[in-house]
Design a protein around this ligand. Structure first.
Ligand code: IMP
Ligand code: MG
Length: 178
């Protein structure tokens, strides 16, 4: 299926306001500490870049790359680690930063993987949560927006590698027949 960004689900202004709130909440919860934010490539890059600037604490930023999706809009169910952290997280307060939780398989894998490295604490901050699609139980500590079961693009999220550069979150719509 070919698709294009259609209806605006979450505007750039709404995202900006919510990211500021998430940053404040993390700032309160981690007061006196210096958490490591682990962004999940590539989708969480835009969110992580804005989120770190909303957190009034000394934070570190690192990235991991995992893939559970091929080039379509449905999960393959297979999670693969394709790039690892560049630093040790032993004894650190780690916050996983993800663009969207769908079935929950990607984040379940990541949590298990990171927990084996003995962080002091491990929490999860997701911009979007597609609650209705969950297949494995996941506790999301910080959520930007709960959204309905629609495939969305923009603000880091892609369809076939495109549309990450949109400032807002849009619903993917079919291309009109030529
Ligand atoms: P999960 O393992 O099913 O939770 O899949 C999560 C991953 O699938 C996310 O990190 C995204 O990369 C991708 N994904 C899930 N839903 C969407 C969507 O609506 N738009 C773009 N990517 C999505
Ligand atoms: Mg992702």
């Amino acid at each position: 299926m070919a698709g294009q960004p259609g209806r605006v689900l979450i505007s750039h202004a709404e995202i900006t306001a919510r990211v500021a709130e998430l940053g404040e909440a993390i700032g309160r919860d981690y007061a006196g500490r210096a958490p490591v934010l682990v962004g999940v490539l590539k989708g969480a890059v835009v969110f992580a870049a804005d989120l770190i600037r909303a957190i009034p604490l000394p934070v570190s930023l690192d990235f991991m790359s995992v893939s559970s999706y091929g080039s379509g809009t449905r999960s393959s169910g297979v999670v693969r680690l394709s790039a690892d952290l560049s630093m040790s997280i032993e004894g650190r307060d780690v916050i996983i930063v993800e663009d969207i939780i769908d079935t929950g398989r990607t984040i379940a894998y990541l949590r298990r993987n990171l927990a084996t490295r003995h962080p002091r604490s491990l929490t999860l901050c997701a911009l979007l949560d597609k609650v209705a699609r969950r297949e494995v139980e996941i506790a999301v500590d910080y959520v930007g927006f709960a959204i309905p079961d629609e495939f969305v693009v923009g603000y880091g999220l892609d369809y076939d590698g495109l549309h990450r550069n949109l400032g807002h979150i849009a619903v993917l719509e079919p291309l009109p027949a030529a």
